[in-house]
Structures are given as structure tokens and as C-alpha cells.
Design a protein around this ligand. Structure first.
Ligand code: 26Q
Length: 746
């Protein structure tokens, strides 16, 4: 079908066409197929509002969801072309930082697949998150201009005026189709400004943060630790929620709402606090339509639901009232009135405390649902972080354990594994993830177990090719692949993994050799202003270089780091992984979703009892996972006691001391920057906020045990198979169905 479409449209044979021509035509073809399928409709609509949608490349995903992947692949092949070259040609949209943005993308896929009437609402960042480059063993940042002429984005004629204190901006609404797997589509609506101007970008990702007209939709705020640009973030947030709220009200009225009955027409899921200003903005718009203030607040509370993704105090947004006053004074006034309206249980549950607006407090008071993203996380919220709110509103709190879409993370990323499962159990698991459990029947089938090992080997080879292109490094295919891929953050403890590598290296130099070559792969971006995170990247890159230069050691181990980790890289890394590193300090990782992707692709988890790791462990059983380290209860009380003393551990434990000292030895100082390495080392000894040294011994034994177990190849394949067959629970179809059943009620 595509061949005919192409030749009619372009007036030339498909086989003579250049990549950009084929890509452009395939894009319009897919759009038309999606449009023919139609869009979900209904009375009540979900608006999933999020500052991030980390959607990944869309070509293959859409072809799979529309059921035309194989046909198009075949037609291209006949014309001497491959889908792979078109995939390479496509740019990856750069609209998210990490887990929270990727979750929004998985939910969009699942909502469409389940036939739910739902839009995503967000911003159209022109350069999105920065592109990461390594220079002198350090991260540098460049703008990522991802939007090209042929793009999935479609410009609409919808436009809203957003009024700030001293000026107004006109918005432009772009949209893209969110295809469902064998179902109708929904839309992702991304707002942009008319006045955005890419030429204001200077060196690297520098730009004038005050020039709101031209910069509002240039970049996705890249971190949760940068002080500069906070005001810009407030402008971005208000612009997003104002466009979103105007659009929601307009659509509800079109569908017949009187606005008094808005909760029958719209439900707004607020993805973390970044869009929480939609609450006062909706109140503002309702009062503008003549509904009295208290009534408006009551309506809004019945429309909004809030998801919390973190308990890290520094990531909980608190804006000085003055920032909001300087940006949109009217919204500051409304927030004050909303604060005055609530029934308070003392100081801690106020919205404005010491001149700062606690966005989470605003979201909790004016939502009908508050959810955490994994069982442990929700319990911690109720018992510690949001205790006073839980006492006030016990019925609002609920858990929705995260999930991932199997279309992208299994069918697209791992076609060979998909085929194996399909041939063993039939097709059912693609739409009913629970049926993945049927694959467990083959846990003692030697043919299936060895097929599974072969598939892992094929995926490793593909990753080797990718890494050669990405970094120019040659990896050893017949090696254990140990991977830590996630944003760089101290609490995620990439530094603990690095310390283990130092320990292994020292062992090898003493002649204690591993049974097989070990490959340690990192993939992570650090927020540009997050010094400690960048220091850890420097440590990893220095180790990588030092070990590669050591003739003997490099026969037994390789350390490498992916440059510019993104969804595309994840799709290569995850299917090739043997050991999935999920080693955050217990209680700090709300859920994690990478952990689920690795599990689904047959990796074994080496992790702490944190986030969704706890649920993974329950599902696979102790013998199929490597759990180590302090429990979240132990961590929480140790933090409370103020008694954690890393220097004590460092002085008493010679093995740990040797590894920590290594960081600044002569060979490291020859490889890297003394200033950075000393700073990092001193932080580990004197501060170690995330208790790396406390968990280090247990981490090393668990990891050594995993490497040893790997040598029983059949037993390892069995563990791998059990991980895959237990992953059905982590389908985002399940998560989204639960959101709908308990919260959205569409
Ligand atoms: C906050 C204030 C100012 C500027 C930026 C931010 C900011 C930006 C992004 C704060 C947080 C984020 C991103 C958070 C995130 O990705 N959280 C992850 O969400 C996943 C999905 O629920 C979880 O699986 C992860 O555990 C959680 O870390």
C-alpha cells in the first residue's frame, strides 16, 4: 500500500527515492492511516498535563500500533531500502528529562490502546533537553534542535492569549497523533509561542533568561537544582497551564458543559507539581465566567487529581510568592485566597509558608486524588513526608504503581524476544499483559532456555554496533553486560557502581581474575548546574580511560559510558543487558521504570529494596533477583538520628579505604582533574548524603554473587525467563486501567 501511495504522490518509483523523500512520504502515509482509524470520543475527557513527554522516535512505534510494520518493512525491502535507515534518519523529540516524562509517554500509548478519550497537554520546547557531549572526560551541553521540516508535529490554528503582568503572549497549538495498538488515536497537544526565537541561543546552551518573549519555549528546564532561570520556569509553567486550562474549558463548553458540571466533562491529571498552577488558573477562568469564587474552587477540586513522583525535598517545588506576583499577580492573589479557604491542621499544611508557595500543598488541597507511583513510595508519603495531609484527607491518597508500554519496550525494542514468546504462548500477551505469565511454563524447556540466551547474544551484538557508532569503542560480545542507565543523581548512586569497578580493577591487578570478561556500561545525563553529578561522570570517564589503557586489566573488564543517553539509546541498551543496576538509597527512588524495562527484557535486577524494586522482588522471588543494602526503614531512622558517619566507615574498613583512596592516586590524577576528583572523594568521606559507604560491602557481595551465578548459563537463562514472565504486572495498560477505574472514571 505504501509503495502505491509513494509512487502516486512523488511520481517516481520507490526504489529511486532518497531517504528524506521516503521518510516524508511515509510520515504522511502513517498520518492518513491513523486518521482513517479515527479518534477516541466521549463526554468526559482526561487531560494529562505534564511539563515533559519523553515520547521517543515515532515511526516504528506508529507502524507497530497501526499494524502495518511488517507490510511496510517488506515493501521497503522490495525497493532495496530498510526501515532501519529511516529510523536513523528520524530525530528523537527532546521533550523530557527522564522517568516522569517517559511515564507520560507510556501512559499516552496505553490510554489510546485502551480506547480512553484523552489528550496530553504540554509545551513544544524547540531544543528540549540539551544534547550531551564528552570533552576531556567531562560532560558538556549543546542545544538539541530536534524539530525538522518533516515532523510528526502538526500546526493547528488554535491560539490563546496568555496575560502576564506586563505583557501578553499569543500561543500556537501543535499536536501529534498518539496511536493506540489496534485502536483509535488520541492527541498530544503542545503549546508554543509565536515569538520564540532560536537565534538568541549563545555559546553552548546559554541564553538571556530575561527575554521571555523569545525564550519561553526554547528549552526544557534541565534540572531540579539550578537557581538561575527559576523565574523563567514560572513563566513556562503559567504559559502551559493557561493554554491548557483555556483549551479544556473551551472544549468542555463545546461538548455541552455549563461549567458548573465541568467535573462530568473533564478530569485533569497533574503530573507532579510542575503543572499545579492549573488549579488557580481554572479558578480564575471560572470566576471570569461569572461563577463565584468558592464555587469555582469546589468545581476545580472535583476536576483535578495529582500524582507525586518524589520525596526528595529539593525536588518539591516551592516558589517565592514574589516570583508569582511578578509574573502573574492575579494568580498570586487567587493562591492566597485558596490558602485562606482551606481547613487547616496547623502550620505544616498551609499553602504559603514563610513567603513561599508550596506547590504540592496547593495540589493536595485542591485535588480529589493524590497518588504515589509505587507501593513503598505511597506508604512513605502517607507515613512521613505527607503525614499531616494524610491525616486530613485519608480517602484522597492512593497508590498507582508505574508501568511501561510493552509496544515500545518489548515489541519494538526486542523483536526476537517478542517472536520467541509469541511462538511459545501465542499472541495474547500483546494486548493482555497478564498472559505473559504463560511463558513461565517453559522454565525447564532447554530449547527455549537456549533460544533465550541466543537472543540475548544477538541483542548484545546490536548494542556493540551501537556503542561503536556512539563512542568508537569495541565491546567484547561474550561478556557479562552490567548496565546502569538513568539520570545522574547522587541518590541513584552511580558512584557506588564506580567504586565497585575500582575494587574489581584492584583485584585483577593482584591476579584475582573474573571467570569471564565484565562490561560495565553507564548511560546518564547530569543537570548542567549539578556539580556533584558532573563530578561522578568525570570519575566514570576517567576510570574508563585508565582501565582501557591497562593491557592486562582491559582483557578482563571494560568500562564505558553512552554519550547523550536518550530513548533511542535505551532501546538498544535494555535488550542487551544481563544485570540491571537499580541501586538507589532505599526510600529515595519513588518507583523507577527502567527497572521494569530491564526485567521485561530478561535482565536480572541488582538492587536495593526501593521503589518498584520491592514489587519486582515479590513477583520473581528471592532466587531470581539480587537485593542488598539497608531497608527504607533503616535509612529513614539513620537519617533522623543524624548518626551516619561515613568517615568512621572509611577509617575502619581498609577495603573501602583502598577504593576511595584510588580516586585521587597518581594514575587517576594523570587522567583527570585533581580538583574534581578531590572534591568527589572528600564528599564521599565527609558527607556521603546517600550512604554509599554504608551499603558498599553488601553491594559488592551481591554483585560478585550475580557474576558467579551467571556462569551457570542454563540456570541464568531460567532466572531470566522467570523475570520476563513475571513482568506482566508492569504493563502501563494495567496502570492506566487502574487510574481510570479509581480516579478518572471515563
Ligand atoms: C523541579 C523544580 C524546578 C525545576 C525542575 C524540577 C523537576 C524536573 C523534573 C523535578 C523533577 C523532575 C523529574 C522527576 C522524575 O523524573 N521523577 C521520576 O518519576 C518516575 C515516574 O514516576 C519515577 O519512576 C522515578 O522514581 C522518579 O525519580
Amino acid at each position: 500500500m505504501f509503495k502505491e501511495y509513494f509512487e502516486e504522490k512523488q511520481g517516481k518509483p520507490l526504489k529511486d527515492a532518497a531517504t528524506d523523500e521516503v521518510y516524508g512520504a511515509l510520515l504522511s502515509f502513517v498520518r492518513e492511516v491513523a486518521a482513517q482509524r479515527g479518534y477516541n470520543t466521549g463526554k468526559k475527557k482526561l487531560y494529562y498535563i505534564s511539563a515533559e513527554f519523553l515520547i521517543g522516535k515515532l515511526l516504528s512505534n506508529n507502524l507497530i500500533n497501526l499494524g502495518i510494520y511488517k507490510d511496510v518493512e517488506e515493501e521497503l525491502k522490495q525497493a532495496g531500502k530498510t526501515l532501519a535507515e529511516l529510523e536513523d534518519y528520524e530525530n528523537e523529540p527532546s521533550l523530557g528529562n527522564g522517568g516522569l516524562g517517559r511515564l507520560a509517554a507510556c501512559f499516552a500509548d496505553s490510554a489510546a490502546t485502551l480506547g480512553l478519550f484523552a489528550d496530553g497537554i504540554g509545551l513544544n520546547y524547540h531544543c528540549g533537553l540539551f544534547r550531551q557531549k564528552f570533552k576531556d572526560n567531562c560532560q558538556t551541553e549543546e542545544p538539541d534542535f530536534w524539530i525538522t521540516e518533516d515532523s510528526w508535529l502538526e500546526k493547528t490554528d488554535k491560539s490563546y492569549t496568555v496575560k502576564f503582568k506586563d505583557f501578553s503572549l499569543k500561543s500556537v497549538m501543535y499536536q501529534l497523533d498518539v496511536t493506540g495498538y489496534g485502536s483509535k488515536s488520541n492527541r498530544l497537544k503542545l503549546f508554543d509561542t509565536e515569538s520564540v526565537n532560536e537565534s538568541v541561543i549563545g555559546k553552548g546552551i546559554a541564553f538571556d533568561k530575561g527575554d521571555i518573549d523569545s525564550n519561553l519555549t526554547l528549552f526544557l528546564y534541565p534540572d531540579d537544582s539550578d537557581d538561575k532561570g527559576k523565574r523563567l520556569r514560572v513563566y513556562q509553567q503559567y504559559f502551559m497551564v493557561s493554554c491548557g486550562a483555556q483549551h479544556i474549558i473551551e472544549e468542555a463548553v463545546e461538548r455541552g458543559s455549563t461549567l458548573y458540571d465541568l467535573p462530568d466533562y473533564a478530569v485533569v491529571q497533574i503530573n507532579d507539581t510542575h503543572p499545579a498552577m492549573i488549579i488557580p488558573e481554572l479558578v480564575r477562568l471560572l470566576t471570569e465566567k461569572g461563577i463565584e469564587f468558592d464555587k469555582s474552587a469546589e468545581i476545580v477540586r472535583k476536576v483535578c487529581a495529582y500524582t507525586n513522583h518524589t520525596i526528595m525535598a529539593e525536588a518539591l517545588e516551592k516558589w517565592p510568592v514574589s516570583y508569582i506576583e511578578d509574573t502573574v499577580p492575579e494568580i498570586a492573589e487567587i493562591i492566597k485566597r485558596l490558602d485562606a479557604l482551606i481547613e487547616k491542621k496547623g502550620e505544616t499544611t498551609k499553602i504559603i509558608i514563610d513567603g513561599k508557595v508550596h506547590m504540592a500543598h496547593l495540589a493536595i488541597h485542591y485535588s480529589f486524588s493524590v497518588n504515589g507511583v509505587a507501593a513503598l513510595h505511597t506508604e512513605i508519603l502517607k507515613e512521613t513526608e505527607l503525614k499531616d495531609f494524610y491525616a486530613l484527607y485519608p480517602d484522597k491518597f492512593n497508590n498507582k504503581t508505574n508501568g511501561i508500554t510493552f509496544r515500545r519496550w518489548l515489541i519494538e525494542a526486542n523483536p526476537d524476544l517478542t517472536e520467541l514468546i509469541r511462538s511459545a504462548t501465542g499472541d495474547g500477551f500483546t494486548t493482555d499483559s497478564d498472559r505473559l505469565s504463560e511463558f513461565a511454563m517453559y522454565k525447564d524447556d532447554r530449547g527455549v532456555l537456549s533460544a533465550l540466551a541466543d537472543i540475548k547474544a544477538i541483542n548484545k551484538r546490536r548494542l556493540c554496533e551501537f556503542m561503536y557508532k556512539n563512542r568508537g569503542v569495541s565491546l567484547v560480545e561474550d561478556s557479562v553486560f552490567d548496565i546502569q542507565a538513568k539520570r545522574l543523581h547522587e541518590y541513584k548512586r552511580q558512584q557506588m557502581n564506580a567504586l565497585y569497578i575500582i575494587q574489581k580493577y584492584l583485584e585483577i591487578r593482584q591476579g584475582i581474575l573474573p571467570k569471564r570478561h565484565l562490561t560495565f556500561i553507564f548511560a546518564a545525563k547530569a543537570a548542567p548546574s549539578y556539580t556533584a553529578a558532573k563530578d561522578i561522570i568525570h570519575l566514570i570517564l576517567c576510570l574508563s580511560k585508565l582501565i582501557a589503557a591497562d593491557r592486562t586489566a582491559s582483557e578482563y573488564m571494560t568500562v564505558t559510558m553512552v554519550e547523550n543517553y536518550n530513548v533511542t539509546a535505551a532501546e538498544r541498551l535494555i535488550p542487551a543487558c544481563d544485570i540491571s543496576e537499580q541501586i538507589s538509597l532505599a526510600s529515595k527512588e519513588a518507583s523507577g521504570t527502567g527497572n521494569m524495562k530491564f526485567m521485561l527484557n530478561g535482565a536480572l535486577t541488582l538492587g536495593t529494596a526501593d521503589g518498584a524494586n520491592v514489587e519486582i522482588a515479590q513477583l520473581v522471588g528471592r532466587e531470581n533477583i539480587y537485593i542488598f543494602g539497608k531497608s527504607s526503614d533503616e535509612v529513614i531512622s539513620l537519617i533522623k538520628s543524624g548518626r551516619y558517619n561515613p568517615r568512621g566507615i572509611y577509617s575502619k574498613n581498609p577495603a573501602i579505604r583502598e577504593c576511595v583512596d584510588f580516586i585521587t592516586n597518581a594514575e587517576m590524577l594523570r587522567t583527570g582533574s585533581g580538583e574534581i576528583l578531590r572534591r568527589l572523594q572528600s564528599d564521599l568521606i565527609n558527607n556521603d548524603r546517600f550512604m554509599t559507604l554504608a551499603d558498599f560491602d553488601e553491594y559488592c557481595s551481591a554483585k560478585d554473587r550475580a557474576f558467579e551465578d551467571y556462569e551457570d548459563r542454563e540456570a541464568w537463562s531460567r532466572k531470566s525467563l522467570i523475570n520476563i514472565s513475571s513482568a506482566g504486572y508492569f504493563s502501563s495498560d494495567r496502570t492506566v486501567a487502574q487510574y481510570n477505574r479509581d480516579i478518572w472514571k471515563l
